[in-house]
Design a protein around this ligand. Structure first.
Ligand code: HEM
Ligand SMILES: *[C@@H]1O[C@H](CO)[C@@H](O)[C@H](O)[C@H]1NC(C)=O
Length: 334
């Protein structure tokens, strides 16, 4: 009887030891395409660069695509699938519809990669690489992207509605939302710094600029500045209508990936409600401390951001035989 128990324990331990149950092919690695497709990273980088030169906002859009991919069933390119009979696309879900951009440049990169090395480079890896390159091209940090993701066989319309955080979320909701992805509060703060580039539509920030004014911690001067910030936004975004008018997420340096986002939110001038709650609902002050640190030290922000992006890029990845390499990122292989 005792022996039986010991044996069971031993088996359990063995089964839960990653190196024994997962094959070598099962973990992401930096040099995944080194032999399989040596030009892969260069092809992505070059094409992202050309596209971002033409349309600087595309850098933001590509970064966001990777985020919206990873938060729904993991980083598996599910976000890229078009709707087919019986399966609604994530693109049609509330947070994505009329909002996500950059699909055409991903298509182009995929087309070129299929010519260079057919059925080798996954759409999920293209998204991770493009996000990294986009950040760097706008002046942000660079990091080595772990590679070897496979693409999903399905998309999840309901998952996109459920797991992508809304701009009017409370801090508690944001923390829980990130925790579901095994990302912690530090990751939430660092990754929110993505809102140093790109734009949001009026529908995304209307509630925030018409809500009753909050309390202020930073005195009268700040109050005056905040009032004019609101007035400008209200002229772009009336109480009704003009839903698709844009405002920059970082009104100071909208096209640069820098730490200005954190200075903005300290002043109460984050564009989205979800930006402002990081300060206004941080009752124990720990997030605020982190925000001050990033506002004061861009290098520190860059290091944390890179670390959290790598963590985000690891969410529920498919490896080995779990998925496929799509030939066309919009459709599962026939
Ligand atoms: C913390 C929770 C977050 C919320 C509630 C949120 C929400 C939003 C919303 C509502 C927009 C504007 C969409 C529109 O109006 O069309 C937006 C834009 C953007 N988000 Fe977030 N986001 C969050 C976290 C993140 C993260 C983690 C990243 C990247 C890692 C990110 C990257 C971006 C970028 C780059 C844009 C601009 C996109 C463009 O200009 O095309 N966001 N976000
Ligand atoms: C957030 O916005 C959505 C859509 O506009 C709305 O239905 C919901 O009530 C809002 N939630 C909060 C907490 O304000």
């Amino acid at each position: 009887m005792e022996h039986m128990k010991l044996l069971l324990i031993l088996i359990t331990v063995l089964l839960n030891t990653p190196s024994l149950t997962r094959s070598v092919d099962d973990v992401l690695v930096h040099e995944y395409y080194q032999d399989k497709c040596p030009l892969a990273e260069e092809i992505v980088r070059h094409n992202v660069e050309v596209a971002v030169l033409k349309d600087p906002r595309l850098a933001a859009s590509l970064l966001r695509l990777h985020f919206h991919d990873c938060f729904v069933m993991g980083c598996d390119a599910s976000v890229l699938l078009d709707s087919v009979e019986g399966m609604a696309s994530e693109k049609e879900a509330g947070p994505n519809k009329d909002s996500l951009r950059g699909f055409e440049i991903i298509d182009k990169i995929k087309f070129l990669l299929e010519e260079e090395c057919p059925l080798t480079v996954s759409c999920a890896d293209i998204l991770a690489l493009a996000a990294r390159d986009a950040v760097q091209l706008r002046g942000g940090p660079r990091w080595d992207v772990l590679l070897g993701r496979k693409d999903s066989l399905e998309s999840s319309f309901s998952g996109a509605n459920l797991f992508i955080p809304a701009p009017n979320s409370s801090l508690e909701a944001l923390i829980n939302n990130f925790a579901q992805q095994e990302l912690d509060i530090g990751d939430l703060v660092a990754l929110s710094g993505s809102h140093t580039i790109g734009r949001a539509r009026c529908v995304s920030f209307r509630q925030r600029i018409y809500e009753p004014k909050q309390e202020y911690h930073y005195g009268y001067d700040h109050y005056k500045r905040y009032t004019s910030f609101r007035r400008i936004l209200q002229s772009v975004c009336p109480i009704t209508g003009r839903d698709n008018k844009f405002a920059p997420l970082d009104y100071e340096t909208p096209n640069r990936f820098d730490n200005h986002y954190f200075i903005n939110i300290l002043q109460g001038n984050g564009l989205l409600g979800s930006d402002n709650v990081l300060i206004s609902q941080d009752y124990d002050g720990r997030i605020t401390e982190q925000v001050w640190a990033y506002a004061a030290n861009e290098d520190l922000f860059f290091k944390s951001f890179a670390r959290s992006m790598i963590k985000m890029g690891n969410i529920n990845v498919l490896t080995g035989n779990e998925g496929q390499i799509r030939q066309n990122c919009r459709f599962v292989n026939a």
